[in-house]
Ligand binder design. Structure first.
Ligand code: PLP
Length: 360
């Protein structure tokens, strides 16, 4: 039976970066007062930087074009040539950024394996910190990521790992590309755990962020802005990061239009991340029980599905079939579906129906 077409012609589950600015966001962009941010005089950029810094409890922030550049600015501001950062094997700032910290900063990565919950085990962090000895690179930074592949790092772990790093004299950086997904999921866990009062998403984001010396946040993922990330930290740290941003070619001019979109996202798109998480649950529930699929229970907005047994051989065929039915996803034997602002329950149901009909 052919599958009915939804209002949206494509159900694009490849990433939460594919979102289009909403009409309200476009209006905010059009109305934004502009200057020249390289002169430091774009009022919309300055307002965004102050807003995100104060939301997360930092002295200062820097608006940058991408999360990759934000992490690069952070690592090169914390570390010098020949310094080393401890990082997860799957971390974006180790695995998915072209080795930029090594290429541009001569900063040496010390990757370690993640535990199944995404954490870097404390004893392995401790063992990776080198003594002060000429044989070794100087270990100067711990970089964590939250959420990591859609997993919320347990808050007690975040506290313990960052305390450990501090006790070893390390700086602490958080790649919080999806910090607000983490915050929304954490607030929900707290509410379920019967914490008194109403846990607030922003308060949870701040609680996570305050365990670190610097935090990078993406506006162009689930928050739905077209472009941009912010790096937060102390005034001195941000002054160093500003210099790296210039060297990396990230100084922008009338970037207030982009900052206005990010600012709009902070005002309107945080709480609604809970909808994306609910849709991810809906998708996972709909795919569970299909022969050949092993569905990982999602904690936020990313659903991983392993193809097992004979289904593994049909992976490419499945993706092509989904594509032909207007459903986009990524992966090979491990498929990834990401929910976001531009996906609704009808779209998720179409995706479920298409996968079911493929395996029928
Ligand atoms: C997307 C992402 C980034 C940055 O990506 P850009 O495409 O450079 O904006 C960094 N870290 C994580 C964890 C991400 O998911």
């Amino acid at each position: 039976m052919p599958i009915a077409l939804s209002k949206k012609s494509r159900v694009d589950l490849r990433s939460d970066t594919v979102t289009q600015p909403t009409p309200g966001m476009r209006e905010a962009m059009m109305q934004a007062p502009l200057g020249d941010d390289v002169f430091g005089t774009d009022p919309s950029v300055n307002a965004l930087q102050e807003k995100i810094a104060s939301m997360l409890g930092f002295e200062a922030a820097l608006f940058v074009p991408t999360g990759t550049q934000s992490n690069l600015c952070a690592i090169l501001s914390h570390c010098g040539r020949g310094d080393e950062y401890i990082v997860g094997q799957q971390a974006h700032c180790y695995r998915w950024e072209g080795g930029g910290a090594a290429v541009f900063g001569s900063v040496h990565p010390q990757p370690i394996e993640h535990a199944s919950d995404g954490a870097l085990p404390l004893e392995q962090i401790e063992a990776a910190v080198k003594p002060d000895d000429a044989h070794f690179a100087r270990t100067t930074l711990l970089a964590l990521e939250n959420t990591l592949g859609g997993k919320l790092l347990p808050f007690a772990y975040v506290q313990a790992a960052t305390e450990l790093a501090k006790s070893k004299g390390l700086q602490r950086h958080l790649d919080g590309a999806r910090l607000f997904n983490a915050a929304v999921a954490q607030a929900q866990l707290q509410a379920q755990g019967g914490m008194p009062g109403t846990p607030s998403d922003v308060a949870e984001a701040r609680r996570i962020a305050q365990c670190f010396d610097s935090v990078s946040v993406c506006f162009s993922k689930g928050l739905g802005a077209p472009v941009g990330s912010a790096l937060c930290g102390s005034k001195d740290f941000i002054a160093r990061a500003h210099r790296v941003r210039k060297m990396a070619g990230g100084g922008m001019r009338q970037s207030g239009m982009l900052a206005a979109a990010a600012s709009y996202a902070l005002d309107h798109h945080i709480a609604r991340l809970a909808d994306d998480h609910a849709l991810a649950q809906r998708l996972a529930a709909g795919l569970a029980g299909i022969d050949g699929l092993k569905v990982e229970a999602p904690q936020t907005n990313i659903v991983f599905v392993d193809l097992v047994g004979e289904a593994r051989l049909r992976s490419k065929e499945l993706l092509a079939y989904l594509d032909a039915h207007g459903i986009l996803a990524t992966g090979l034997y491990r498929l990834r579906f990401v929910t976001h602002l531009d996906v609704d329950a009808a779209g998720v149901d179409l995706a479920i129906a298409a996968v079911r009909s493929f395996f029928r």
